[in-house]
Write a protein that binds this ligand. Structure first.
Ligand SMILES: [Zn+2]
Length: 467
Protein backbone atom coordinates (compact mmCIF):
# COMPACT_ATOMS: atom_id res chain seq x y z
CA UNK A 1 0.00 0.00 0.00
CA UNK A 2 1.50 3.37 -0.89
CA UNK A 3 0.01 4.94 2.26
CA UNK A 4 0.23 4.19 5.95
CA UNK A 5 -3.16 5.46 6.99
CA UNK A 6 -6.31 4.64 5.04
CA UNK A 7 -9.90 3.43 5.17
CA UNK A 8 -11.47 0.35 3.57
CA UNK A 9 -15.20 0.60 2.98
CA UNK A 10 -17.83 -1.93 1.98
CA UNK A 11 -21.48 -2.74 2.59
CA UNK A 12 -20.50 -6.19 3.94
CA UNK A 13 -17.77 -6.07 6.59
CA UNK A 14 -17.76 -9.19 8.75
CA UNK A 15 -17.06 -8.19 12.37
CA UNK A 16 -17.36 -10.53 15.39
CA UNK A 17 -20.75 -9.10 16.34
CA UNK A 18 -22.40 -8.48 12.95
CA UNK A 19 -22.03 -7.92 9.25
CA UNK A 20 -21.96 -4.15 8.88
CA UNK A 21 -22.02 -1.57 6.14
CA UNK A 22 -19.30 0.90 7.02
CA UNK A 23 -15.56 1.29 7.10
CA UNK A 24 -12.38 0.00 8.72
CA UNK A 25 -9.59 2.45 9.49
CA UNK A 26 -6.06 1.10 9.08
CA UNK A 27 -2.93 2.78 10.37
CA UNK A 28 0.57 1.33 10.60
CA UNK A 29 -0.66 -2.15 9.72
CA UNK A 30 -3.31 -2.27 12.44
CA UNK A 31 -7.04 -1.72 12.64
CA UNK A 32 -7.62 1.49 14.58
CA UNK A 33 -11.37 1.89 14.15
CA UNK A 34 -14.40 0.07 12.79
CA UNK A 35 -17.36 2.31 12.01
CA UNK A 36 -20.90 1.31 11.06
CA UNK A 37 -22.94 3.53 8.73
CA UNK A 38 -21.47 6.53 6.93
CA UNK A 39 -20.33 8.72 9.82
CA UNK A 40 -16.76 7.66 8.98
CA UNK A 41 -16.91 9.91 5.93
CA UNK A 42 -16.49 13.03 8.06
CA UNK A 43 -13.45 11.59 9.86
CA UNK A 44 -11.90 10.20 6.69
CA UNK A 45 -12.18 13.32 4.57
CA UNK A 46 -8.44 13.85 4.11
CA UNK A 47 -7.42 10.20 4.21
CA UNK A 48 -7.13 7.63 1.48
CA UNK A 49 -10.22 5.53 0.88
CA UNK A 50 -10.41 2.11 -0.78
CA UNK A 51 -14.05 1.44 -1.65
CA UNK A 52 -14.96 -2.22 -2.24
CA UNK A 53 -18.67 -1.58 -2.77
CA UNK A 54 -20.68 -4.71 -2.04
CA UNK A 55 -17.73 -7.10 -1.87
CA UNK A 56 -17.30 -8.94 1.43
CA UNK A 57 -14.48 -7.76 3.70
CA UNK A 58 -13.53 -10.54 6.12
CA UNK A 59 -10.55 -11.34 8.37
CA UNK A 60 -7.88 -13.11 6.30
CA UNK A 61 -7.90 -16.89 6.55
CA UNK A 62 -5.46 -18.61 8.89
CA UNK A 63 -4.45 -22.01 7.60
CA UNK A 64 -3.05 -24.02 10.50
CA UNK A 65 -2.05 -27.01 8.38
CA UNK A 66 0.05 -26.56 5.25
CA UNK A 67 3.14 -28.34 3.93
CA UNK A 68 5.34 -25.91 1.99
CA UNK A 69 8.29 -28.35 1.81
CA UNK A 70 10.92 -25.63 2.16
CA UNK A 71 13.89 -26.03 2.57
CA UNK A 72 14.89 -29.25 0.88
CA UNK A 73 11.92 -30.15 -1.32
CA UNK A 74 11.23 -26.86 -3.05
CA UNK A 75 10.57 -28.78 -6.26
CA UNK A 76 7.36 -29.90 -4.47
CA UNK A 77 6.19 -26.38 -3.47
CA UNK A 78 8.42 -23.93 -1.59
CA UNK A 79 7.73 -20.70 0.33
CA UNK A 80 7.47 -18.33 -2.68
CA UNK A 81 4.88 -20.27 -4.72
CA UNK A 82 3.02 -21.56 -1.65
CA UNK A 83 2.58 -18.15 -0.08
CA UNK A 84 1.67 -16.51 -3.41
CA UNK A 85 -1.06 -19.14 -3.80
CA UNK A 86 -2.16 -18.45 -0.22
CA UNK A 87 -2.36 -14.70 -0.87
CA UNK A 88 -4.38 -15.29 -4.05
CA UNK A 89 -6.80 -17.42 -2.00
CA UNK A 90 -7.34 -14.91 0.81
CA UNK A 91 -5.09 -16.71 3.32
CA UNK A 92 -3.08 -14.14 5.29
CA UNK A 93 -1.35 -16.47 7.75
CA UNK A 94 -0.29 -20.05 7.43
CA UNK A 95 1.37 -22.40 9.84
CA UNK A 96 3.86 -24.68 8.16
CA UNK A 97 4.02 -28.36 9.09
CA UNK A 98 7.34 -29.74 10.37
CA UNK A 99 7.61 -32.52 7.78
CA UNK A 100 8.09 -32.92 4.03
CA UNK A 101 10.86 -30.32 4.09
CA UNK A 102 14.43 -31.57 4.49
CA UNK A 103 15.29 -31.77 7.30
CA UNK A 104 12.10 -32.03 9.38
CA UNK A 105 11.62 -29.28 11.99
CA UNK A 106 12.37 -31.25 15.13
CA UNK A 107 15.03 -29.14 16.88
CA UNK A 108 16.10 -25.57 17.49
CA UNK A 109 18.69 -25.91 14.69
CA UNK A 110 16.23 -27.21 12.11
CA UNK A 111 13.76 -24.42 12.99
CA UNK A 112 16.54 -21.93 12.16
CA UNK A 113 16.84 -23.51 8.71
CA UNK A 114 13.10 -22.92 8.21
CA UNK A 115 13.15 -19.30 9.29
CA UNK A 116 16.15 -18.50 7.12
CA UNK A 117 14.55 -20.26 4.13
CA UNK A 118 11.43 -18.11 4.65
CA UNK A 119 13.25 -14.80 5.01
CA UNK A 120 12.33 -12.35 2.25
CA UNK A 121 10.49 -15.10 0.33
CA UNK A 122 7.01 -15.16 1.88
CA UNK A 123 3.98 -13.17 0.68
CA UNK A 124 1.87 -13.86 3.78
CA UNK A 125 2.79 -14.37 7.45
CA UNK A 126 4.13 -17.84 8.27
CA UNK A 127 4.45 -19.61 11.62
CA UNK A 128 5.85 -23.08 12.27
CA UNK A 129 4.84 -26.23 14.10
CA UNK A 130 7.70 -28.36 15.45
CA UNK A 131 7.81 -32.15 15.34
CA UNK A 132 7.28 -34.46 18.32
CA UNK A 133 9.19 -37.61 17.40
CA UNK A 134 10.63 -40.51 19.44
CA UNK A 135 14.06 -38.85 19.30
CA UNK A 136 12.97 -35.77 21.29
CA UNK A 137 9.84 -36.96 23.13
CA UNK A 138 11.62 -38.19 26.25
CA UNK A 139 14.10 -35.33 26.18
CA UNK A 140 12.34 -32.43 27.86
CA UNK A 141 15.25 -30.02 27.45
CA UNK A 142 15.42 -30.65 23.70
CA UNK A 143 11.66 -29.99 23.41
CA UNK A 144 12.03 -26.89 25.55
CA UNK A 145 14.79 -25.54 23.29
CA UNK A 146 12.53 -26.10 20.26
CA UNK A 147 9.63 -24.34 21.99
CA UNK A 148 11.87 -21.53 23.27
CA UNK A 149 13.06 -21.01 19.69
CA UNK A 150 9.46 -20.18 18.76
CA UNK A 151 7.48 -23.08 17.30
CA UNK A 152 3.79 -22.44 17.96
CA UNK A 153 3.19 -26.02 19.13
CA UNK A 154 4.13 -29.59 18.16
CA UNK A 155 2.83 -32.16 15.66
CA UNK A 156 3.11 -35.94 15.80
CA UNK A 157 1.93 -39.01 13.91
CA UNK A 158 0.37 -42.22 15.27
CA UNK A 159 1.11 -44.07 12.00
CA UNK A 160 4.09 -43.96 9.62
CA UNK A 161 4.31 -40.45 8.13
CA UNK A 162 5.95 -41.55 4.90
CA UNK A 163 8.98 -39.41 5.78
CA UNK A 164 12.07 -41.18 7.12
CA UNK A 165 13.24 -38.49 9.54
CA UNK A 166 9.74 -38.10 10.99
CA UNK A 167 8.96 -41.41 12.73
CA UNK A 168 5.65 -42.13 14.42
CA UNK A 169 4.99 -41.67 18.14
CA UNK A 170 3.03 -43.82 20.57
CA UNK A 171 0.89 -42.65 23.48
CA UNK A 172 3.86 -42.59 25.90
CA UNK A 173 5.69 -40.11 23.67
CA UNK A 174 2.52 -38.05 23.42
CA UNK A 175 2.00 -38.09 27.18
CA UNK A 176 5.53 -36.74 27.75
CA UNK A 177 5.13 -34.14 25.02
CA UNK A 178 1.89 -32.85 26.56
CA UNK A 179 3.54 -32.31 29.95
CA UNK A 180 6.18 -30.04 28.37
CA UNK A 181 3.59 -28.27 26.18
CA UNK A 182 1.38 -27.58 29.20
CA UNK A 183 4.05 -25.23 30.61
CA UNK A 184 4.09 -23.28 27.35
CA UNK A 185 0.32 -23.31 26.84
CA UNK A 186 0.84 -24.48 23.24
CA UNK A 187 -1.01 -27.31 21.49
CA UNK A 188 -0.05 -30.77 20.29
CA UNK A 189 -1.46 -31.60 16.86
CA UNK A 190 -1.84 -35.29 16.10
CA UNK A 191 -2.37 -37.24 12.90
CA UNK A 192 -4.78 -39.79 14.34
CA UNK A 193 -4.63 -43.03 12.40
CA UNK A 194 -3.32 -46.30 13.85
CA UNK A 195 -2.59 -49.24 11.62
CA UNK A 196 -4.91 -52.16 12.42
CA UNK A 197 -4.68 -55.73 11.22
CA UNK A 198 -8.18 -55.73 9.81
CA UNK A 199 -7.33 -56.62 6.23
CA UNK A 200 -7.99 -60.01 4.78
CA UNK A 201 -5.11 -59.79 2.29
CA UNK A 202 -1.56 -60.97 2.95
CA UNK A 203 0.18 -58.02 1.36
CA UNK A 204 -0.73 -54.90 -0.54
CA UNK A 205 -0.61 -56.65 -3.94
CA UNK A 206 -3.55 -58.86 -2.92
CA UNK A 207 -5.68 -55.91 -1.90
CA UNK A 208 -7.60 -55.66 -5.15
CA UNK A 209 -7.44 -53.45 -8.22
CA UNK A 210 -4.99 -50.68 -7.22
CA UNK A 211 -6.56 -48.28 -9.73
CA UNK A 212 -9.87 -48.43 -7.95
CA UNK A 213 -10.38 -45.87 -5.19
CA UNK A 214 -12.44 -48.45 -3.26
CA UNK A 215 -9.28 -50.52 -2.86
CA UNK A 216 -7.42 -47.61 -1.30
CA UNK A 217 -10.37 -46.82 0.97
CA UNK A 218 -10.38 -50.43 2.17
CA UNK A 219 -6.66 -50.23 2.92
CA UNK A 220 -7.17 -47.39 5.45
CA UNK A 221 -10.58 -47.94 7.05
CA UNK A 222 -12.27 -45.66 9.59
CA UNK A 223 -11.27 -48.16 12.31
CA UNK A 224 -7.70 -46.79 12.01
CA UNK A 225 -8.91 -43.33 12.99
CA UNK A 226 -11.14 -44.71 15.70
CA UNK A 227 -8.31 -46.77 17.25
CA UNK A 228 -5.94 -43.80 17.28
CA UNK A 229 -8.50 -41.46 18.80
CA UNK A 230 -9.50 -44.01 21.44
CA UNK A 231 -5.83 -44.27 22.41
CA UNK A 232 -5.31 -40.49 22.35
CA UNK A 233 -8.27 -39.88 24.60
CA UNK A 234 -6.67 -42.01 27.34
CA UNK A 235 -3.93 -39.35 27.34
CA UNK A 236 -6.11 -36.23 27.03
CA UNK A 237 -7.58 -37.01 30.46
CA UNK A 238 -4.29 -35.52 31.72
CA UNK A 239 -5.31 -32.12 30.32
CA UNK A 240 -8.22 -31.78 32.76
CA UNK A 241 -8.02 -29.38 35.68
CA UNK A 242 -5.77 -30.75 38.42
CA UNK A 243 -4.09 -33.40 36.20
CA UNK A 244 -0.42 -33.78 35.16
CA UNK A 245 -0.78 -31.94 31.83
CA UNK A 246 -3.33 -29.33 32.92
CA UNK A 247 -3.17 -26.45 30.45
CA UNK A 248 -2.07 -28.67 27.56
CA UNK A 249 -4.27 -28.88 24.50
CA UNK A 250 -4.56 -31.72 22.02
CA UNK A 251 -5.75 -30.98 18.50
CA UNK A 252 -6.74 -33.75 16.11
CA UNK A 253 -5.85 -32.84 12.54
CA UNK A 254 -7.87 -33.66 9.42
CA UNK A 255 -10.65 -35.82 10.86
CA UNK A 256 -12.24 -37.85 8.07
CA UNK A 257 -14.42 -40.31 10.01
CA UNK A 258 -17.63 -38.61 11.10
CA UNK A 259 -19.01 -41.73 12.77
CA UNK A 260 -17.44 -43.45 15.80
CA UNK A 261 -14.27 -41.30 15.83
CA UNK A 262 -16.34 -38.14 16.04
CA UNK A 263 -18.54 -39.62 18.79
CA UNK A 264 -15.42 -40.34 20.87
CA UNK A 265 -14.21 -36.75 20.48
CA UNK A 266 -17.61 -35.35 21.47
CA UNK A 267 -17.60 -37.50 24.58
CA UNK A 268 -14.08 -36.35 25.54
CA UNK A 269 -15.08 -32.70 25.12
CA UNK A 270 -18.11 -33.26 27.34
CA UNK A 271 -15.82 -34.73 30.01
CA UNK A 272 -13.69 -31.58 30.08
CA UNK A 273 -10.67 -32.78 28.08
CA UNK A 274 -8.93 -29.94 26.25
CA UNK A 275 -9.31 -31.31 22.78
CA UNK A 276 -10.21 -29.71 19.45
CA UNK A 277 -10.54 -31.08 15.95
CA UNK A 278 -10.28 -29.87 12.37
CA UNK A 279 -11.41 -31.29 9.06
CA UNK A 280 -10.44 -30.22 5.53
CA UNK A 281 -12.36 -28.95 2.49
CA UNK A 282 -11.61 -32.10 0.49
CA UNK A 283 -13.57 -34.23 2.97
CA UNK A 284 -16.47 -31.78 2.61
CA UNK A 285 -16.34 -31.48 -1.17
CA UNK A 286 -15.68 -34.99 -2.43
CA UNK A 287 -17.03 -38.46 -1.74
CA UNK A 288 -15.40 -41.83 -2.35
CA UNK A 289 -18.10 -43.00 -4.77
CA UNK A 290 -17.34 -40.13 -7.16
CA UNK A 291 -13.56 -40.51 -7.38
CA UNK A 292 -12.64 -41.77 -10.86
CA UNK A 293 -10.50 -44.87 -11.25
CA UNK A 294 -6.80 -44.05 -11.42
CA UNK A 295 -7.24 -40.37 -10.44
CA UNK A 296 -4.58 -40.22 -7.74
CA UNK A 297 -5.01 -36.46 -7.30
CA UNK A 298 -7.66 -37.52 -4.77
CA UNK A 299 -5.37 -39.70 -2.67
CA UNK A 300 -4.86 -38.45 0.89
CA UNK A 301 -4.68 -39.92 4.39
CA UNK A 302 -7.03 -40.50 6.05
CA UNK A 303 -8.97 -41.19 2.86
CA UNK A 304 -12.01 -39.33 1.56
CA UNK A 305 -14.94 -41.48 2.70
CA UNK A 306 -18.52 -42.07 1.46
CA UNK A 307 -21.28 -39.53 0.77
CA UNK A 308 -23.19 -40.22 3.97
CA UNK A 309 -20.01 -39.66 5.97
CA UNK A 310 -19.47 -36.35 4.15
CA UNK A 311 -22.95 -35.16 5.16
CA UNK A 312 -22.22 -36.11 8.76
CA UNK A 313 -19.01 -34.05 8.63
CA UNK A 314 -21.02 -31.05 7.46
CA UNK A 315 -23.55 -31.57 10.24
CA UNK A 316 -20.76 -31.80 12.84
CA UNK A 317 -19.17 -28.63 11.52
CA UNK A 318 -22.47 -26.76 11.60
CA UNK A 319 -23.20 -28.05 15.11
CA UNK A 320 -19.77 -26.93 16.36
CA UNK A 321 -18.53 -30.45 17.11
CA UNK A 322 -15.78 -29.92 14.54
CA UNK A 323 -14.00 -26.74 15.58
CA UNK A 324 -12.23 -25.51 12.47
CA UNK A 325 -10.97 -26.10 8.96
CA UNK A 326 -7.49 -26.36 7.50
CA UNK A 327 -6.19 -27.04 4.01
CA UNK A 328 -3.69 -29.86 4.71
CA UNK A 329 -2.21 -28.61 1.45
CA UNK A 330 0.29 -31.38 0.74
CA UNK A 331 1.78 -31.25 -2.74
CA UNK A 332 4.53 -33.26 -4.39
CA UNK A 333 6.07 -33.38 -7.84
CA UNK A 334 3.57 -34.72 -10.41
CA UNK A 335 5.77 -37.78 -11.09
CA UNK A 336 5.11 -39.10 -7.58
CA UNK A 337 1.37 -39.08 -8.27
CA UNK A 338 1.98 -41.87 -10.84
CA UNK A 339 -0.69 -40.54 -13.21
CA UNK A 340 0.26 -43.06 -15.92
CA UNK A 341 -0.23 -46.08 -13.68
CA UNK A 342 -3.06 -44.58 -11.62
CA UNK A 343 -2.04 -46.81 -8.73
CA UNK A 344 -3.74 -45.53 -5.56
CA UNK A 345 -1.72 -47.80 -3.31
CA UNK A 346 1.67 -46.62 -4.54
CA UNK A 347 1.07 -42.95 -5.49
CA UNK A 348 2.16 -40.20 -3.09
CA UNK A 349 -0.77 -39.03 -0.96
CA UNK A 350 -1.78 -35.42 -0.36
CA UNK A 351 -4.35 -32.99 -1.72
CA UNK A 352 -3.14 -29.79 -3.28
CA UNK A 353 -5.60 -27.02 -2.48
CA UNK A 354 -4.12 -23.95 -0.82
CA UNK A 355 -5.38 -21.31 -3.25
CA UNK A 356 -8.92 -22.71 -3.40
CA UNK A 357 -9.99 -23.41 0.18
CA UNK A 358 -12.19 -20.33 0.57
CA UNK A 359 -14.22 -20.80 -2.65
CA UNK A 360 -14.39 -24.57 -2.05
CA UNK A 361 -15.74 -24.19 1.49
CA UNK A 362 -18.22 -21.57 0.29
CA UNK A 363 -19.29 -23.40 -2.88
CA UNK A 364 -20.11 -26.62 -1.06
CA UNK A 365 -21.32 -24.90 2.10
CA UNK A 366 -23.76 -22.32 0.76
CA UNK A 367 -26.31 -24.94 -0.29
CA UNK A 368 -26.09 -26.25 3.27
CA UNK A 369 -26.87 -22.82 4.67
CA UNK A 370 -23.49 -21.74 6.04
CA UNK A 371 -23.05 -18.07 6.95
CA UNK A 372 -20.17 -15.66 6.50
CA UNK A 373 -19.75 -15.59 10.29
CA UNK A 374 -19.36 -19.37 10.32
CA UNK A 375 -16.70 -19.13 7.62
CA UNK A 376 -14.83 -16.63 9.78
CA UNK A 377 -15.16 -18.84 12.85
CA UNK A 378 -13.81 -21.95 11.05
CA UNK A 379 -11.10 -20.25 9.01
CA UNK A 380 -9.96 -17.30 11.14
CA UNK A 381 -11.15 -17.03 14.75
CA UNK A 382 -10.58 -20.59 15.92
CA UNK A 383 -7.36 -21.14 13.97
CA UNK A 384 -6.04 -17.88 15.52
CA UNK A 385 -6.82 -19.24 18.97
CA UNK A 386 -5.20 -22.62 18.25
CA UNK A 387 -2.00 -21.02 17.01
CA UNK A 388 -1.89 -18.38 19.77
CA UNK A 389 -2.34 -15.38 17.44
CA UNK A 390 -4.19 -12.92 19.69
CA UNK A 391 -3.93 -10.06 17.17
CA UNK A 392 -5.29 -12.00 14.23
CA UNK A 393 -8.53 -13.75 13.25
CA UNK A 394 -11.08 -10.93 13.70
CA UNK A 395 -11.82 -7.44 12.39
CA UNK A 396 -11.45 -5.67 15.70
CA UNK A 397 -9.67 -2.56 16.97
CA UNK A 398 -6.00 -3.22 17.73
CA UNK A 399 -5.77 -6.32 15.54
CA UNK A 400 -3.53 -6.77 12.51
CA UNK A 401 -5.12 -5.43 9.32
CA UNK A 402 -5.31 -8.89 7.70
CA UNK A 403 -8.23 -8.98 5.27
CA UNK A 404 -9.65 -10.93 2.37
CA UNK A 405 -11.98 -9.01 0.07
CA UNK A 406 -14.11 -11.32 -2.05
CA UNK A 407 -17.30 -11.72 -4.05
CA UNK A 408 -19.27 -14.78 -2.91
CA UNK A 409 -21.69 -14.55 -5.85
CA UNK A 410 -19.09 -14.64 -8.63
CA UNK A 411 -18.62 -18.09 -10.17
CA UNK A 412 -15.59 -19.26 -12.10
CA UNK A 413 -14.24 -22.37 -13.78
CA UNK A 414 -10.93 -23.78 -12.65
CA UNK A 415 -9.90 -24.46 -16.22
CA UNK A 416 -6.60 -24.11 -18.05
CA UNK A 417 -7.07 -20.33 -18.32
CA UNK A 418 -7.52 -19.78 -14.60
CA UNK A 419 -4.40 -18.29 -12.96
CA UNK A 420 -3.04 -20.81 -10.47
CA UNK A 421 -0.02 -19.93 -8.35
CA UNK A 422 0.69 -23.37 -6.90
CA UNK A 423 3.91 -24.88 -8.22
CA UNK A 424 2.07 -27.83 -9.80
CA UNK A 425 -1.49 -27.14 -10.95
CA UNK A 426 -1.88 -30.58 -12.54
CA UNK A 427 -1.90 -32.37 -9.17
CA UNK A 428 -4.80 -30.41 -7.68
CA UNK A 429 -8.03 -32.38 -7.37
CA UNK A 430 -10.00 -29.15 -7.81
CA UNK A 431 -8.84 -28.41 -11.35
CA UNK A 432 -11.77 -28.78 -13.70
CA UNK A 433 -14.39 -27.82 -11.14
CA UNK A 434 -16.69 -24.81 -11.06
CA UNK A 435 -16.58 -22.75 -7.89
CA UNK A 436 -18.20 -19.65 -6.39
CA UNK A 437 -16.35 -16.95 -4.47
CA UNK A 438 -13.78 -14.80 -6.21
CA UNK A 439 -11.00 -13.22 -4.18
CA UNK A 440 -10.49 -9.58 -5.18
CA UNK A 441 -7.82 -8.50 -2.73
CA UNK A 442 -5.78 -9.70 0.22
CA UNK A 443 -4.15 -7.50 2.87
CA UNK A 444 -1.50 -8.68 5.33
CA UNK A 445 -0.84 -6.26 8.22
CA UNK A 446 -2.15 -3.42 6.07
CA UNK A 447 -0.07 -4.34 3.01
CA UNK A 448 -1.99 -5.09 -0.16
CA UNK A 449 -0.33 -8.41 -1.10
CA UNK A 450 -2.73 -9.48 -3.86
CA UNK A 451 -5.25 -7.67 -6.02
CA UNK A 452 -7.08 -8.72 -9.18
CA UNK A 453 -4.52 -11.29 -10.31
CA UNK A 454 -1.43 -9.31 -9.28
CA UNK A 455 0.86 -9.88 -6.33
CA UNK A 456 2.79 -7.18 -4.50
CA UNK A 457 6.27 -6.76 -5.98
CA UNK A 458 7.88 -7.52 -2.61
CA UNK A 459 7.40 -10.51 -0.35
CA UNK A 460 6.31 -8.66 2.77
CA UNK A 461 5.15 -11.58 4.92
CA UNK A 462 6.94 -12.09 8.23
CA UNK A 463 7.81 -15.23 10.17
CA UNK A 464 5.81 -15.71 13.35
CA UNK A 465 7.70 -17.08 16.36
CA UNK A 466 6.09 -17.71 19.73
CA UNK A 467 7.62 -15.81 22.65
ZN1 LIG B 1 -0.64 -32.80 6.72
Amino acid sequence: MPYRHYWITSTRIVTPSAIISGAVEVKGGKIISVVEGDTWQRKARSKHIVDYGQAVVMPGLIDVHAHLDDPGRTEWEGFPSGTRAAAAGGITTLIDMPLNSVPSTISEETLKLKTSAAKGRIFVDVGFWGGLVPENAFNASSLERLLDAGVLGLKSFMCPSGINDFPMTNSSHIKEGLIVLAKYRRPLLVHAEMQQITNDWENIDDAGNPQSYATYLKSRPASWEEAAIRELLTVTKDTRAGSSAEGAHLHIVHLADARSSLELIKEAKRSGDRVTVETCPHYLAFSAEEIPDGDTRFKCAPPIRDTENKEKLWAALLDGDIDMLSSDHSPSVPELKLFNEGNFLRAWGGISSLQFVLPVTWSYGRSRGISLNQLVSWWSEKPARLSGQDLKGAIAIGNHADFVVWEPEVEFELDDNHPVYLKHRSISAYMGSKLAGKVLATFVRGNLVFEEGNHAPFACGVTILAK
